[in-house]
Design a protein around this ligand. Sequence first.
Ligand code: MYA
Length: 486
Amino acid sequence: MSSAGKKKRNRKKKSKAQAQTEGGEGSPTTEAKTETQVVEAKTDAAPTIPDLSNITVQEAGLTAAQAEVLAALDPAGAARTKQATLQAAFGQLGLEEQKKHKFWNTQPVPQSAEEQGADAEVGEIETKTVDMVNKEGLPLPTNFEWAECDVSNPKEIDEVYTLLCENYVEDDDNMFRFDYSRDFLQWALQPPGYQKHLHVCVRVATGKKKLVGFITGIPADIAVHGKIQKMVEINFLCVHKKLRAKRLTPVLIKEVTRRVNLGGVWQAVYTAGVVLPKPVARNRYYHRSLNPKKLIDIGFSRLQQRMTLSMTIKLYKVPKTTQVPGMRKMKREDCKAACALLMNYLKKFKLHQVYTEEEFAHWFLTRDGVVYSYVVEDPITDEITDMISFYSLPSSIMGHPKYNNLKAAYSFYNVATKTKWTDLMNDALILAKQQDFDVFNALNVMENDAFLSDLKFGIGDGNLQYYLYNWRCPLMEPKEVGLVLL
Ligand code: MYA
């Protein structure tokens, strides 16, 4: 996945360069050394250490026995050690971030680790009012102009589809590129309350007015450490390959910010594969093969040592039909109960979206080829006790003689109150296989750790960083994140 990659998740293997810079599986020694140094440095600076109440003792680098003794003798010290470990993990990002960011260093985002400590007050970094916001669009070079995009117009959605299909996120080796479908883009960009002037385009000013730059915002209520804030979710930032490295990105970001600000909204949430000032969380993608032969053929995954292809196919085989009693497709009539179930669940997490029932229906009712949702209904009480959902995001496969498309399902939101996580998500794999997906991907957000290894997911390459714009708060562990952006 290129350094510009948003979602470093398309492959199981990790490039050497990436492993070295990120201290991934290729470089355990480098990783350990860096962490130790940062832990030492940060342990002195107690007030800047973030809350890490749930970190495991393994993550803190202690044996269970050591942790128990430490906790008994010195509870505050034990907590500090845990906190330092998370700070240390982010410290590795810190090393990368020490480079100057001509644009990002001027923005209302945290610029130093100190601003993200456990005691950081959750709230605005800069306060402005609408009358301080420029009413005119930012200047663009003479041959370009701003436009908004009407994604329900077939010609315009075609243009967006083509720009992204040819220029959006690729993996490090330029073998795969995301291929968001037109239907998916319409779903992703038209939730209740969307505004088309937040679907921002840069076009060539003459001739066919070719679309060359894009960025989008959609409205969302986002809860951060218990505080609910009106924000926008920013996505689909894309600059045509021929216009790269010309600083068009800061102009797109400033223009979408201006438009959002004119509507009286001052905060945003976004994810990226690149490390910028400054992530609030750092997550990882995991992949579960559903069609191992194809995944190996296209170079997405490799045959493991001492495994033949037929052993691998057997290993990843799933039953033909779902196994959980009461599992069925979610219907319109289920939305009230399912939305309540999800909202009650998401309260556990430090970062999550707050859905109205109308929004829930938009995001979760199954749309073929886009998003799939299922619920478990208790046969006796008729109560909706569990839910699963996943979305479809294929990738183009570049230059392969046999295949041109990888069908990937991405875990969206799942809730287990009655069914065991592994049983519930095993059904998700079965349902995805029924829809002919080649791979099922999931982030290590929420409680996903409870099923990833049992259900034979393998770790992906790279990290997905979560960011907040103009909203300061303490760092979060991967499992404290309850938000999945498309
Ligand atoms: S993430 C998906 C990003 N898209 C892709 O990866 C698609 C393929 N790549 C491209 O199209 C280009 O390479 C992009 C950069 C457009 C990514 N997020 O124009 P430049 C900074 C934020 O010369 P290019 C998604 O959609 C970079 O650090 N900034 O660069 C979420 C440098 O700044 P600085 C990024 O390579 C987007 C500057 O741009 C990213 O030609 C969230 C260089 O500009 C990135 N992914 O084009 C956006 N990549 O010097 C933020 C590079 O300071 C939203 N840069 O380091 C913020 C909230 C806004 C709303 C607020 C409302 C209140």
